[in-house]
Write a protein that binds this ligand. Structure first.
Ligand code: GDP
Ligand code: MG
Length: 312
């Protein structure tokens, strides 16, 4: 069977192979996505982010299991080398995740944070498209909520769940800057620990202060390890999707994301073109030398490099 047939037939190994190929910027895999792009758009893409150790993986596992009861097909992309999804965490976690990965209708992929030709964001977006074609109803992308690249990745989701834990205190202030506003749903996990309702109140207060929101994100308390509050969270995920569809916000978000993605891809091509051209004529080395010894300024150097592609 051809790889594309395998993908369309829900063959997990075929899907895994294609994701590996996309991670390596393989042209054949990209051609398959091009050809099957009209099969995408059915999955609800959910970003799960928050501090390390907050229980994102545990929560993703529980959400996946809850949705499996409704016979939904699930994709999980965990961007975290220490994720239990990759077997990188404690034994208990590993066993727990294994029973999920044995499910034919659950596809789990763990990605590190480096080593992808074309970058992590591109690899992730390629994998999401493949899982969408593969027929997933829900695709979860788990990322640690630190660093711009993680934020950029999670922004490409339709819905973002911010996982918080009790007693973050000052950390909330730190997270607030730039990251809080991407949350569509706030889940205070580890609500079995002290201070959960206080944290929930703090987050609600903060959300009340921000005025540039079309929809006030719900704030829920959950306890992933005890499977508490998960059904409610699933309901909120569905509410969010209904809102996105009814308000046309889904289209707006997807259009915005498409714009960002296209620009990134063009950018990559232009840079590759310039580097290739300049490498072949040894220009980059020469002018870098000139800039280093202060014979040339970097701005003029940039003009020269840039002009060189006009001659292509
Ligand atoms: N007390 C408590 N611990 C939890 C809960 N959910 C997860 N944990 C634990 O928190 C630790 C980190 O969980 P993990 O899902 O790997 O967090 P991640 O780094 O955010 O993905 C693990 O030891 C989990 O068992 C919870 O609801 N309550
Ligand atoms: Mg994790």
């Amino acid at each position: 069977m051809q790889l594309e047939e395998k993908l369309l037939n829900g063959d997990k190994r075929g899907c895994a192979k294609l994701i590996s190929m996309v991670e390596n910027n393989d042209k054949e895999a990209i051609d398959i996505i091009k050809k099957l792009y009209n099969h995408t758009g059915n999955a609800h893409i959910i970003g799960i982010t928050g501090p390390p150790g907050g229980g994102k993986s545990t929560l993703t596992d529980r959400l996946a299991k809850a949705l499996r009861k409704e016979d939904k097909k699930i994709g999980i992309i965990a961007i975290d080398p220490t994720s239990p999804f990759s077997g990188g965490s404690i034994l208990g976690d590993r066993i727990r995740m294994n029973d999920l990965s044995l499910d034919k209708e659950v596809f789990i992929r763990s990605m590190g944070t480096r080593g992808y030709l074309g970058g992590l964001s591109k690899a992730t977006q390629g994998a999401v498209k493949l899982l969408d074609i593969f027929g997933c109803d829900y695709i979860f992308i788990e990322t640690v909520g630190v660093g711009q690249s993680e934020v950029d990745i999670v922004k490409t989701a339709d819905t973002v769940i911010m996982v918080m834990v009790p007693g973050l205190g000052d950390d909330i202030q730190a997270i607030k800057a730039g990251v809080m506003e991407i949350g569509d749903i706030f889940a205070i996990n580890k609500s079995d620990l002290m201070g959960a309702s206080k944290t929930a109140t703090e987050i609600k207060m903060m959300l009340d202060m921000s005025d540039n929101m079309e929809r006030r994100p719900p704030v829920l308390q959950v306890t992933a390890i005890k499977n508490e509050g998960i059904d409610k969270l699933v309901d909120e995920i569905k509410n969010q999707m209904n809102y996105l569809e009814e308000s046309n916000e889904l289209y707006e978000r997807r259009k915005n994301n498409a714009k960002t993605e296209i620009i990134k891809l063009v950018e990559e091509d232009i840079i590759n073109l310039i580097l290739k051209k300049n490498e072949s004529i040894g220009m980059l080395d020469d002018i870098a030398h000139e800039v280093a010894i202060k014979v040339l300024d970097p701005y003029t150097a940039k003009d020269r490099v840039f002009n060189s592609i006009k001659e292509l």
